[in-house]
Design a protein around this ligand. Structure first.
Ligand SMILES: Cc1cc2nc3c(=O)[nH]c(=O)nc-3n(C[C@H](O)[C@H](O)[C@H](O)COP(=O)(O)OP(=O)(O)OC[C@H]3O[C@@H](n4cnc5c(N)ncnc54)[C@H](O)[C@@H]3O)c2cc1C
Length: 298
């Protein structure tokens, strides 16, 4: 399925973003491979856009969204999921099969591809704990199966980011556990989230900055008074200083200006340069080019 001049705003958890020149929704891995192997040079691939700030001015190029690629196969303790499978769906399916290791995915809206790319983690579990391999596309080698070791997982990143790999499918090896225990863990994860993070009714993209080594971005931001910061239609969440809420039709520039204020205050007070977790997609005006450069947003 191909959409031209696609209004992407409501497909993002930030509810920000202008028109995208062309959006392709491959229906399965075969279709995705066909597009990737057709030789187009600069293909941008996204999942559920829950960690991405999309330009209010949109993007003139082509974007692939994986959301329709959502096949899951469970065989014994092995779970194979396409890149577009949503984390909460995968956690539920694993639970129904009495398999433990993906309970953390229940609480946030990423796709398997985005979660592998970012090495998503929460509640003491991470993608890299249970992922055994992923089928990826690389410009140099085409379609390759990479082991967990070859994917170079680290905190909120992987080789997919450093080498520009596209994730097509991930394979996880889980452990058997009584369903009631898995369910209880997922309920606890959801309850924790409810009390510590904004719901999607308040448009946001999760944590804005990564935690610096041995420190907490939320704590540092709290100590510079970030909970009272706002820019245009965006503000820092009053209950946790590492979340930005798009409260009044904020623009991508509002978000970047607010991130710059948060970054600058922490840098001045603690001499620590916070590193953004959020990614950027699309055109940039002159101010946005400058802000992305300073903040080192990719
Ligand atoms: C309310 C809320 C809570 C959150 N809590 C957490 C949390 O606890 N822990 C956590 O780790 N994250 C959390 N997040 C952030 C986010 O959900 C994760 O980073 C998730 O992994 C992103 O998945 P996505 O599909 O939305 O990625 P997108 O936003 O679509 O993309 C993010 C990056 O991944 C790349 N990408 C996506 N799919 C692919 C693919 N198939 N192949 C190659 N690259 C790809 C994109 O190019 C982009 O660079 C939260 C977000 C929200 C809104």
């Amino acid at each position: 399925m191909i959409e031209k001049d696609f209004e992407i705003k409501n497909f993002t958890t930030f509810k920000i973003g202008g028109k995208i020149g062309e959006v392709v929704f491959p229906q399965n891995i075969e279709e995705m491979c066909e597009i990737l192997l057709s030789g187009e040079s600069d293909v941008k691939v996204f999942g559920n856009l829950s960690n991405t700030l999309v330009s209010s001015d949109g993007f003139d190029g082509k974007v692939i969204l994986t959301t329709k690629m959502d096949n899951v196969q469970i065989n014994g303790m092995r779970v194979v999921a396409d890149a577009g499978v949503k984390g909460p769906k995968l956690a539920q399916l694993a639970c129904e099969a009495g398999l433990s290791g993906l309970e953390f995915m229940i609480g946030f809206p990423g796709s398997v591809g985005g979660e592998i790319y970012m090495n998503a983690s929460a509640n003491g579990q991470a993608v890299s704990d249970t992922l055994t391999s992923a089928i990826c596309y690389s410009k140099e080698e085409g379609i390759v199966k990479l082991s967990k070791e070859e994917l170079n997982f680290a905190y909120r990143t992987s080789r997919c980011e450093s080498d520009g790999l596209v994730v097509l499918q991930g394979e996880f090896e889980l452990k058997q556990k009584p369903k009631a225990e898995i369910k209880k863990q997922m309920e606890e994860n959801l309850a924790f989230r409810k009390s510590h993070q904004p719901s999607l009714a308040l448009p946001n993209c999760g944590s804005v900055f990564k935690n610096p080594e041995g420190n907490s971005a939320g704590k540092l931001l709290d100590e510079v008074g970030a909970k009272s910061f706002s820019c245009g239609g965006a503000k820092v969440w009053e209950n946790h200083a590492n979340f930005i809420i798009n409260c009044e039709n904020g623009s991508s520039e509002d978000i970047l200006n607010l991130m710059y204020k948060m970054y600058t205050e922490v840098k001045e007070k603690f001499e620590i340069e916070l590193e953004p977790e959020v990614k950027y997609l699309g055109n940039k005006n002159i101010r946005e080019v400058e802000l992305c450069r300073i903040l080192n947003i990719k």
